[in-house]
Design a protein around this ligand. Structure first.
Ligand code: AMP
Length: 402
């Protein structure tokens, strides 16, 4: 029996999301999450899939740390006959947010790699420590199988210097590793490839603009399967208007808030990352609420929506210029996959760029990759559901079976 299962772990500061996949047929055996780790009210939701084990289970009660969380996950999997001690487990794939310039492809984790991921913590202080903890705990659990790091930044490592550099003093930038790295790379990689398949082409043959619109949001320009620009930068703060992040703004806003508003760096950091975007503008970060309120004529929600769409349009225009020829504009993630009004508003008035919507196709709700532009359109507009877990599992499995 060849081992074909991959456990995918996405460890956050107080949560662990996981999926167990069988790469023999790319099926999903189980999925779940542990949240509020370290609190009294931790919650574990576990769902066996593809007919495996029992039904969906939920438990609440204190789970002290990531070690206890992963042990609880292992117990749930074991109860479904999917124990992590199984010889069928080929690898654990870890989502790691920041790979800096050091990691440009999936990497089997050894002590040296782990130390290097730790060294990148200053670039991703919120994310990399949790990723490191997840790796340490999983290594402890199954020291005998490869643990693979799949980096959120890796797909963007091909962005040319002129798009990756900020126009600041070169020595300062080099000293502090200040450049644009981009994030959501696993999603942009998966979706750009799936979009090519939807067009019946190889990735090398098409130029694609991917709009990953979730609670976090980013755009990328992908030429022939190679990423050439993306909207997130040194951190995920740059670019599009997001659920709680501002996206692009004049850096002098920060000096102004510090000097005139008397705010500390940490307060401004929190303001721009957690209390801005849709939430900051109208009090809701969920696009469903924003749309509902805007539909009822709520002024703040309408302004937030209009700002969100305006920024999105600017990036579609910019990336059309970057790519020269665009074959498809692709919407993905929670908002992109589900919010037809966002898709409609984002491409409205862009006929000169070759973008036209088939309104009926756009209104259809579906979990499938699909075209939402007429067959005659110069540029295809598509919806492609993202699948970061499958992409992480695929990359990890390819690496360990090569
Ligand atoms: P993600 O980060 O990809 O999980 O996306 C989460 C976001 O998707 C939520 O915050 C919602 O704003 C958005 N979302 C999910 N379903 C819908 C929907 N039916 N219509 C509009 N937005 C949605």
């Amino acid at each position: 029996m060849t081992a074909s299962r991959v456990l995918v772990l996405n460890s956050g500061s107080s949560s662990v999301k996981y999926q167990l996949l069988d790469m023999a047929d790319r099926s999903r055996l189980a999925a779940g999450l542990v949240e509020r780790i370290g609190e009294e009210t931790s919650r574990l939701v576990h769902e066996p899939l593809a007919g495996a084990g029992g039904g969906r289970r939920e438990q609440t009660g204190p789970i002290a740390d990531h070690d206890a969380a992963l042990k609880a996950v292992a117990a749930e999997l074991a109860a479904d006959g999917l124990g992590l001690d199984s010889p069928e487990l080929a690898a654990v794939g870890h989502r790691v947010v920041h790979g800096g310039t050091r990691f440009t492809r999936p990497t089997v984790i050894d002590d040296e790699v782990l130390a290097e991921i730790r060294a990148l913590v200053p670039l991703a202080p919120l994310h990399n420590p949790a990723n490191v903890t997840g790796i340490e705990v999983a290594r402890h659990l199954r020291a005998d199988i490869p643990q693979v790091a799949v980096f959120d930044t890796a797909f963007h490592s091909t962005i040319p210097d002129h798009a990756a550099q900020y126009a600041i003093d070169a020595a300062t930038a080099a000293r502090y590793s200040v450049r644009r790295y981009g994030f959501h790379g696993t999603s942009h990689a998966y979706v750009s490839r799936a979009a090519a398949a939807l067009l019946g082409k190889a990735p090398e043959e098409v130029n694609v603009i991917v709009l990953h619109l979730g609670n976090g949001a980013s755009a990328s320009a992908v030429r022939g399967g190679v990423c050439v620009d993306t909207s997130m930068g040194l951190t995920p703060l740059e670019g599009l208007v997001m659920g709680t992040r501002s996206g692009d703004l004049d850096p002098a806003v920060i000096f102004h808030l510090a000097r005139v508003g008397g705010m500390s760096v940490d307060e401004i950091d929190s303001l721009l990352n957690k209390k801005s975007g849709l939430l900051g503008m109208c009090g809701d970060n969920d696009m469903r609420e924003v749309l509902r309120r805007a539909g009822e004529g709520d002024e703040a929600a309408r302004t937030a929506f209009a700002t969100y769409i305006h920024r999105l349009k600017k990036y579609i225009g910019a990336y059309t210029a970057v790519l020269g020829r665009v074959d498809a504009v692709v919407f993905t993630a929670g908002v992109g996959e589900n919010a037809a009004p966002v898709r409609e508003a984002a491409v409205a008035g862009l006929e000169e760029l070759g973008l036209v919507l088939d309104r009926e196709a756009n209104a259809v709700r579906s979990g499938e990759a699909r075209l939402i532009s007429p067959a005659s359109a110069r540029v295809a507009v598509a919806v492609v559901p993202t699948d970061e877990e499958l992409e992480i599992a695929t990359q990890a499995y390819e690496l360990v079976t090569r």
